[in-house]
Design a protein around this ligand. Structure first.
Ligand SMILES: Cc1cc2nc3c(=O)[nH]c(=O)nc-3n(C[C@H](O)[C@H](O)[C@H](O)COP(=O)(O)OP(=O)(O)OC[C@H]3O[C@@H](n4cnc5c(N)ncnc54)[C@H](O)[C@@H]3O)c2cc1C
Length: 332
């Protein structure tokens, strides 16, 4: 197994995991990021960062579920900040059909009645008759997880160049993780807008991500430390990370309020939108060019946190001894 000099371009969640795993394998790694402030221009900073392979299976191809379970196991093995309290999916009684459909599309859940919901989430006691509990799922705080990776990477001796656009320095291998910034090299890549609001409440306590089903506006509410909650929903086919509309904000906040009226007193800390880099089938790819000297890792869509460790493991195996062991290797 030969050690290489490698430059990873882009410090979003994909680039951070690549740099981490490649450096742990003994390679000499440099990480280049064009924003001076870490994560400021990344799509990753907006993520709810649910590591939820089963719940995502409701709308994703089977490969995402299968590899997502591997991603979850890798997070569990590597990251001490993983919150492994599962996911709870609920719906108002009138939307029972949505809950039944969600159950059919996914596995590894338990049907939760009102008493079980109250035991899992006391603050939701009496609010929902039926739900689905996915005890094996997890989530992270996106910024905390990325800061942890950056600290680990530096401790492993990776040179981190912030505020730099990438200039080759004759490294053996370049790993391109520029997200939507790679569009010129990956013409089929598109941006899919996702909007989210960060709120803070002293009145509501939740232990795990809650997905509230609704025929038009399903949302998720993901709890973080200090009473902060990420409220998000939308998958909008638009490559625009501009401010969110009043209608979107009303929909998101209205749904949070429907989940628990005490959210009405929450403070709004941040509102914004990110662009999810996506290929036409919404499955990420590892694209090898120039006899292995250029490796592009991109298209993580809604699954960058879920699949970043899997993509990193596949690339380190290829860089180490040329083995292609992952179905994610392909063409743009
Ligand atoms: C609202 C929302 C919620 C989400 N929730 C989840 C979730 O719950 N679970 C999940 O798994 N995923 C989730 N995602 C998806 C996830 O965030 C993305 O899949 C992921 O962020 C993509 O990461 P990336 O590293 O490919 O790109 P990015 O995070 O965009 O990183 C690319 C980096 O490259 C840098 N760059 C670009 N050009 C250059 C250059 N020339 N030189 C140097 N640096 C450059 C950019 O500045 C940027 O920092 C969500 C996304 C959104 C928007």
């Amino acid at each position: 197994m030969s050690k290489k000099s490698i430059v990873v371009v882009g410090a979003g969640i994909l680039g951070l995991w690549q740099a981490y795993v490649l450096a742990r394998a003994g390679n000499r790694v440099r990480l280049v990021e064009e924003s001076t402030e870490p994560f400021a221009r990344s799509s990753s900073r907006w993520a709810a960062a649910m590591i939820a392979p089963e719940c995502e299976a409701e709308g994703a191809p089977p490969i995402v579920r299968d590899l997502g379970h591997e991603g979850l196991a890798l997070w569990r093995a590597m990251y001490p900040g993983l919150v492994a309290n599962g996911t709870l999916v609920v719906a108002p009684a009138r939307d029972a059909a949505d809950l039944a459909r969600f159950a059919r599309m996914t596995d590894q859940h338990e049907i939760a009645d009102a008493a079980r919901i109250a035991a899992l989430e006391p603050d939701l006691s009496g609010r929902f008759e039926r739900g689905l509990y996915y005890s094996g799922e997890a989530h992270v705080d996106a910024i905390k997880a990325m800061n942890w990776l950056l600290t680990e990477i530096r401790a492993l001796g990776v040179e981190v160049d912030l505020g730099q656009t990438w200039q080759p320095r004759g490294e053996d291998v370049t790993i391109d993780c520029r997200g939507i910034g790679s569009k010129a090299n990956l013409p089929s890549l598109r941006g899919v807008r996702g909007e989210r609001i960060l709120i803070q409440s002293r009145d509501v306590t939740l232990s795990r991500p809650i997905r509230l089903l609704h025929p038009r506006q399903p949302i998720y509410v993901v709890p973080h430390s200090e009473g902060r909650f990420v409220v998000g929903a939308s998958v909008i086919e638009r490559e625009d990370d501009g401010p969110i509309t009043l209608k979107s904000a009303l929909d998101l906040l209205g749904s949070a309020y429907a989940l628990h009226p005490a959210f009405g007193e929450a403070s709004i800390l941040d509102i914004g939108a990110g662009i999810r880099p996506s290929f036409p089938d919404n499955v990420p790819r590892i694209i090898v060019e120039d006899d292995g000297r250029m490796i592009r890792v991109n298209g993580a869509y809604r699954h960058g946190f879920l699949l970043a460790p899997v993509l990193a493991k596949a690339v380190v195996t290829y860089v180490s001894d040329g083995r292609i062991e992952s179905p994610l290797f392909g063409h743009a």
